[in-house]
Design a protein around this ligand. Structure first.
Ligand SMILES: [Cu+2]
Length: 309
């Protein structure tokens, strides 16, 4: 009985460990968004996401070849020179040619990967032209990635605890900073859900009102930090009409960080123009109601004209 007890506790312990591993590993394996892709990055939404994905795969495949070659040689050596067959280890004093070969080989692989990376970088960093037929809705800005034709839609992405605001740069000045001109130019905006016209190169000016956040919609390209007092830039061009891309703030920004999600919906340029006008009308109607309420409160004396209750 006394002998059985430790055995029983070991069985219980291993079962407990298995359940724990399943409980922790299971949920981690399920959410596709947390993984982006399964092994390789998510792609298919925008040319820059595709370029990131293909560069990642090239490096992954080269690394896999090196990994399996090294592990293969190691396992073969462990088996062939096992203690049963070779009880006394051979004392070898280096092999200059082999060592030089390995060093030069490794350096050669790194140089090739560096060249491939620099060749692929422009397709990740530089924005391409918008597609033909998508030219109704374009604006200009100064420092963001500029496509060769110069035509693009600029959207200011502003992170704050714990939601993303998108301001669509349609003002008369079409300035570089839609946040600064948002109020005076009465620019349309939306929260959490971004609407974009298909085939249009979209420049994102990313800012933050409070702490560091990170804009990340994996299928539409890389992760970009939103830093208070600083503007960062990225771009995407979503070509599939009707597609919906999901993202998540990727910088731990506070207690509700997990709820700071993002959604990008792709409409035809015509449908998008309709949406932006209805959004403008909605915002104007809401502002009108607030102004009316304000007048009412001032009239009945519960609000002073300077705005104090
Ligand atoms: Cu955040």
């Amino acid at each position: 009985m006394r002998l059985l007890r430790p055995l029983a506790s070991t069985v219980k312990q291993s079962r407990l460990l298995a359940v724990l591993a399943l409980a922790i590993g299971g949920p981690l394996a399920l959410p596709a968004c947390a993984l982006a892709g399964f092994i390789t990055p998510e792609s298919g939404g925008s040319p820059n996401a595709n370029a990131i994905d293909s560069l990642y795969k090239i490096i992954l495949y080269v690394a896999a070849v090196v990994f399996f070659a090294v592990v293969g040689v190691l396992v073969t050596a462990v088996y062939r020179f096992r203690a049963k067959k070779h009880p006394v280890a051979l004392q070898i004093h280096g092999h200059t040619r082999l060592e030089m070969g390995l060093t030069l080989g490794a350096a050669g692989i790194l140089v090739i990967l560096a060249i491939v990376t620099f060749v692929k970088l422009p397709s990740i960093l530089d924005a391409p032209n918008s597609r033909a037929g998508a030219d109704q809705v374009l604006s200009a800005s100064l420092t963001a990635p500029i496509p060769p034709s110069g035509d693009r839609l600029t959207i200011c992405v502003t992170g704050r605890q714990f939601i993303w605001q998108y301001t669509y740069d349609l003002g008369p000045s079409r300035s570089a900073d839609c946040n600064k001109s948002a109020y005076f130019s009465r620019l349309p905006y939306s929260y959490q859900e971004m609407y974009v016209p298909a085939g249009v190169t979209v420049d994102l000016l990313i800012q933050s009102r409070d702490v560091i956040h990170a804009w990340w919609v994996p299928a539409l390209g890389g992760k970009v930090d939103a830093v208070p007092g600083y503007t960062t830039y990225t771009w995407f061009r979503a070509d599939k009409v009707g597609a919906v891309y999901r993202g998540q703030c990727a910088q731990l920004c506070g207690r509700q960080h997990a709820f700071m999600t993002a959604l990008v919906k792709v409409l035809t340029p015509g449908r998008w123009a309709q949406w932006i006008h209805s959004q403008q009308a909605l915002i104007a109607a809401q502002n009108g109601q607030v102004a009316q309420l304000r007048q009412l409160l001032i009239r009945d004396g519960s609000l002073t004209s300077s705005g104090n209750f």
